[in-house]
Design a protein around this ligand. Structure first.
Ligand code: NAD
Length: 292
């Protein structure tokens, strides 16, 4: 069994980007600038955004955090989005999800300029991704593909079962894994909450990508020997014995499933860090595309 070490690979990617940014600086070019818009004070969102901004600083990017109060109106948020669209200093930006209930998420994501949409959530970018065109691929599926690539996991002709059909993970990774390419060329089954015979499907899978957000959902008796496991789930489980009052766990019963797996991602330290690295990669690509 080999651990797909997302922390290690994400550090490699960040080092590669750091070198590119240093070269940009030497050439007297503008360095990539990522902005993040956060509305409200959701604990997990604050953590994610904080770590994205810190990563920017470490690798030499410019970064801007726009933290708006919970009661921000949809209109004001849209104004902020338009400002970012029109600000030539900003190469790419993200609007951290989830947004407060009174704001229409779809409307906000639709307002983001696709050329600055480093999260890859805009329909233009999602559509381009589905059509194999150059675009911004959402950071989490992009990170999974990069992890598979760097560990040379063979995906060709394999049966990949994706659990979860969200727009940001399950749906796009099911498309990417089925596309021509390496990684890719997989035969994909996309399972979701209405799937009736999930265990039958996962038992046939050479690769399972789990993105449903239910702690320890995938058990050892649901997978075959030699399976490759990508655990996307991140759930905070309350635990008074921990300093933070919770611990983080994935969708997979790691202790038991890892005994049958040939490759497996840990949580934390698997897909999570890859997501941040690929957001930075997308911001670098945005800068390069704006320069071109
Ligand atoms: P979501 O929460 O929007 O949706 C969950 C999906 O799981 C749905 O499509 C649903 O149909 C499916 N599902 C629910 N119960 C099921 C069941 N019993 N059997 C089969 N399918 C079932 O999905 P999301 O936003 O992709 O998030 C999923 C998990 O991934 C969460 O834990 C989230 O925190 C995590 N996540 C991690 C990263 C990362 O960087 N590692 C990024 C995004 C999301």
């Amino acid at each position: 069994m080999e651990i797909l070490d997302g922390k290690k690979v994400s550090n490699q990617i960040k080092e590669e980007i750091t070198v590119e940014v240093a070269q940009m600086k030497e050439r007297g070019e503008k360095v990539p600038h990522l902005a993040a818009v956060l509305v409200g004070n959701d604990g997990a969102s604050l953590t994610y955004v904080g770590s994205k901004v810190r990563s920017c600083k470490k690798i030499g990017f410019e970064s801007t955090l726009i933290h708006l109060p919970e009661e921000t109106t949809e209109e004001d948020l849209l104004k902020q989005v338009h400002q970012l669209n029109n600000d030539p200093a900003i190469d790419g930006y993200i609007v951290q999800l989830p947004l407060p209930k009174h704001i229409d998420e779809e409307k906000v994501l639709m307002a983001v300029d696709p050329d600055k949409d480093v999260d890859g959530f805009h329909p233009t970018n999602f559509g381009k991704m589905a059509l194999d065109m150059e675009t911004f691929i959402s950071a989490t599926p992009f990170g999974i593909m990069e992890l598979l690539k760097r560990y040379k996991v063979d995906t060709e002709g394999k049966h990949t079962v994706v659990i979860g059909r969200s727009h940001i993970v399950g749906r796009p990774i099911s498309i990417l894994m089925s596309q021509k390419g390496n990684p890719g060329n997989s035969t994909v089954t996309l399972a979701h909450s209405r799937t009736k015979n999930l265990k039958e499907l996962t038992l046939q899978a050479d690769i399972v990508i789990s993105a449903l957000g239910v702690p320890k959902f995938l058990k050892a008796d649901m997978v075959k020997d030699g399976v490759t496991i990508i655990d996307v789930g991140i759930t905070r489980v309350p635990d008074e014995s921990k300093e933070k009052g919770y611990y983080i766990t994935g969708d997979v019963d790691f202790e038991n499933v890892s005994k049958k797996a040939s490759y497996i991602t840990p949580v934390p330290g698997g897909v999570g860090p890859m997501t941040i690295a690929m957001l930075l990669k997308n911001t670098l690509l945005a800068r390069e595309r704006h320069n071109a």
